[in-house]
Design a protein around this ligand. Structure first.
Ligand SMILES: C[S@@+](CC[C@H](N)C(=O)[O-])C[C@H]1O[C@@H](n2cnc3c(N)ncnc32)[C@H](O)[C@@H]1O
Length: 234
């Protein structure tokens, strides 16, 4: 992209005489990056990031922005989203329509145990801890800030969350295991589910199916994001 701009700058004097304002050059850079990002294979929503990064850098230079602020923002983002890099699972939350569906999926027997793998802010854990047939609702989370918030939330409203990697959990203990992750960990997670979960128990994946296995049921919900629940009875 810089080479295209450099070429443009070499040719521009034949059409418009210099000097050229930096802000105009930065705007051209941002627009060009925006136009090509989708075509070069990046997910199309990245075009906004491509647009704002050069402008942000330029504004940062203009206002003599202390780089420690950038470091602080980066640290904050890292503390919320470390699993986006390591596991390719960012943080987004289950909505109330999906939670109602989870409630309908619980069997009528008493004393069932529930686990949310990557529990985010702990909303599902609290919700399930308040259901009559759930005796224990647990969640595990490794992102520091979501874990801390989930810990406080569950201390106040019910359930328990642990600062634990989901790969280290013992799924054998649970009757219902819920995951809302991404396509990336699903094949490995299915191996774990198969090895550890007891016959008759439920594994529920929000949005991401296990490609090599047909689910026992698929629920298509009528929320705004048209959530699909893939339900696997072991
Ligand atoms: C899409 S969010 C879902 C949050 C919550 N379960 C919900 O449905 O509202 C996925 C969460 O999984 C967490 N996560 C990803 N990999 C993990 C791992 N190996 N161990 C524990 N948590 C993990 C992420 O940090 C993120 O908070």
């Amino acid at each position: 992209m810089l080479a295209v701009i450099a070429l443009g700058l070499m040719l521009a004097p034949y059409v418009i005489s210099p000097p050229y304002s930096y802000s105009l050059l930065v705007l051209i850079q941002a627009l060009l990056a925006t136009m090509v990002s989708c075509r070069l294979g990046l997910p199309c929503w990245w075009r906004w990031i491509q647009f704002f990064i050069p402008i942000g850098l330029y504004v940062g230079l203009l206002v003599e922005f202390n780089p420690l602020w950038a470091l602080a923002v980066f640290a904050l983002i890292w503390l919320v989203f470390p699993n986006a890099l390591t596991e390719r699972v960012p943080l987004y939350l289950t909505n109330s329509t999906t939670r109602d569906a989870l409630k309908r999926l619980i069997k009528p027997q008493k004393n069932q145990t529930f686990l949310d793998l990557g529990c985010g802010l702990g909303g599902n854990v609290v919700f399930m801890s308040q259901q009559a047939n759930i005796s224990e609702a647990h969640g595990v989370e490794t992102a520091p800030i979501p874990y801390l918030l989930s810990k406080i939330y569950t201390l106040v409203r019910g359930g328990r969350t642990y600062a634990m990697d989901m790969w280290k959990t013992d799924l054998n203990y649970y009757d219902v295991v819920y995951a809302f992750l991404s396509p990336e960990p699903m094949p490995k997670l299915w191996q774990k589910v198969k090895e550890e979960m007891r016959p008759g128990t439920l594994f529920i994946s929000n949005s991401f199916a296990i490609t090599e296995v047909a689910p026992t049921e698929i629920w298509e919900l009528s929320d705004r994001r048209q959530t699909t629940l893939y339900i696997y009875r072991l």
